[in-house]
Design a protein around this ligand. Structure first.
Ligand SMILES: Cc1ncc(COP(=O)(O)O)c(C=O)c1O
Length: 447
């Protein structure tokens, strides 16, 4: 039995897949935060380069990947598709479990797949500096790596709780030559306003985004980069699913269940969306998007227009949301702590193509430890959510033979303090309450 299904360098996809074209019912356009009218690319041009805006609003099913991006992808792509035979044995399941190992990128996660083209298209249009936010630190590392390849400066606003929990992510960002500070910070008005009201806040992605967007608006030489949520990010991540489809075919398999964890939705969309045409042609595939019970955007949130950030400076996106004012508890899967969800993933949930699933923190760490002991790789806490869902599927009926594919979005080698806390019994489960939900949804803009 083949353990790893590998593709050669020459088999890196040459085009990204844009699922927005194929999702039944389509996507609703972004709205201007002030006029509440649909927003064209020219309004977004102060913070994003036209090359990325063209992808954001593209009506093309496939988009060419520039050679300069392919050359950098070649550092780690293609990534292996691995059969988790030892995990299957440990579970006693008849199901086959495959994982797409995105942890082999230089920064340890899928985030580099979008960071490289984002830095490239900015560089091509003469941008000198990028600002961004990071939750778990994975995106900040990825963008710092990518900007170092194209000679751009980079400033990273890192959610304070992660800044404190993950010192080595800071070191990585600095090693690639970028600047990183904890958010909320005193460098921006958005940060100062939050600190004045909540001096002890753990921070949130919504706050860090406000800071990074303000930074980009306030300087001529700077644009903003977002690590998830937006269409162009999900499009870049499609290399994951495009490769996985080929690799499964080489193994003579078709996926019955496809699983990814959902923060802003990009790694899940990247793996799942390229299988959408097969689903629409009638293939029986279940897509499962997994999120933490403490930040249950898809399972408890509302499908509505909302801001992407706390300061209400971003366009309004039509997405599942817990309300832009939502400040989640400091769970250790920092990358899953976002109030919104990619419009692309939201539309697939709306159409009942994707099943959302919420899981608790402790069961995820338990799954991650089991996986590490079986397959050897220590998963990032975010990735543990996908593993937990794969285990639920594989053990629901041990005799059922199904092929399960999940995205191994990142390794956890810089998340060991979270594992330490898990082993010390210091982590807890957390359910987001209806009362909290009602409070945070009350701030949704009236459209
Ligand atoms: C390893 C890992 N997986 C998943 C995510 C979630 O992000 P997304 O939903 O955009 O893939 C993150 C975010 O930081 C991450 O670091």
């Amino acid at each position: 039995m083949t353990k790893k299904i590998l593709l050669s360098d020459g088999e890196i996809p040459r085009q990204w897949y844009n699922a927005a074209v194929d999702i039944p019912g389509g996507l609703n356009p972004p709205l201007d935060p002030v006029s509440k009218q649909p927003m064209g690319p020219e309004k977004l041009a102060p913070i994003f380069p036209m090359g990325l805006l063209a992808q954001e609003m593209s009506d093309q099913r496939f988009i060419d990947i520039p050679q300069e991006v392919l050359d950098i992808y070649a550092i780690w792509r293609t990534t292996p598709l691995v059969r988790a035979t030892n995990l299957e044995k440990a579970l006693g399941t008849k199901s086959k479990i495959f994982f797409k190992n995105e942890s082999v990128s230089p920064v340890g996660s899928h985030k580099a797949n979008s960071a490289v083209p984002q830095a490239f298209f900015n560089m091509k249009e003469g941008v000198k500096r990028l600002s961004t936010e990071t939750g778990a630190g994975q995106w900040g590392c990825a963008l710092s790596f990518a900007t170092s390849k194209f000679g751009l400066e980079c400033k990273v606003y890192m959610v304070r709780v992660s800044f404190e929990q993950k010192p080595y992510r800071k070191s990585m960002i600095q090693t690639y030559g970028a600047t990183v500070i904890p958010s909320p910070s005193t460098d921006t008005k958005a940060g100062r306003d939050i600190l004045a009201e909540f001096p002890d806040t753990p921070g949130s992605l919504g706050i860090a985004i406000s800071e990074a967007v303000e930074d980009a608006f306030s300087r001529q030489d700077t644009k903003y980069a977002l690590g998830s949520v937006l269409n162009h990010v999900c499009v870049h991540q499609s290399v994951i699913g495009l490769e996985a489809k080929r690799q499964l075919a080489m193994a003579g398999e078709t996926a019955d269940v496809i699983i990814g964890c959902c923060g802003g939705g990009s790694n899940f969309a990247g793996l799942a969306a390229p299988f959408l045409p097969d689903y629409l042609e009638g293939k029986k595939i279940r897509f499962i998007g997994v999120e933490p019970a403490s930040c249950p955007t898809l399972t408890m949130g509302k499908l509505a227009y909302d801001y992407g950030d706390v300061a209400q400076s971003t366009p309004l996106l039509y997405m599942y949301t817990l309300g832009h004012g939502f400040i989640p508890p400091g769970i250790h899967a920092g990358g899953l702590r976002y109030h919104g969800m990619a419009p692309m993933v939201s539309a697939m949930v709306r159409e009942n193509i994707v099943e959302p699933l919420k899981v608790q923190q402790l069961e995820c760490f338990e799954a991650g430890v089991l996986f590490a002991r079986a397959e050897g790789i220590i998963p990032a806490p975010e990735t543990c959510h996908a593993i937990r869902a794969a285990i639920i599927e594989a053990t629901r009926d041990l005799k059922k033979e199904q092929t399960i594919l999940f995205n191994f979005s990142g390794h956890g080698l810089l998340d060991m303090s979270s594992y330490d806390k898990y082993f010390a019994g210091e982590l807890h489960d957390y359910d987001y309450s209806e009362a909290e939900l009602t409070r945070s949804l009350a701030g949704l803009p009236k459209i």
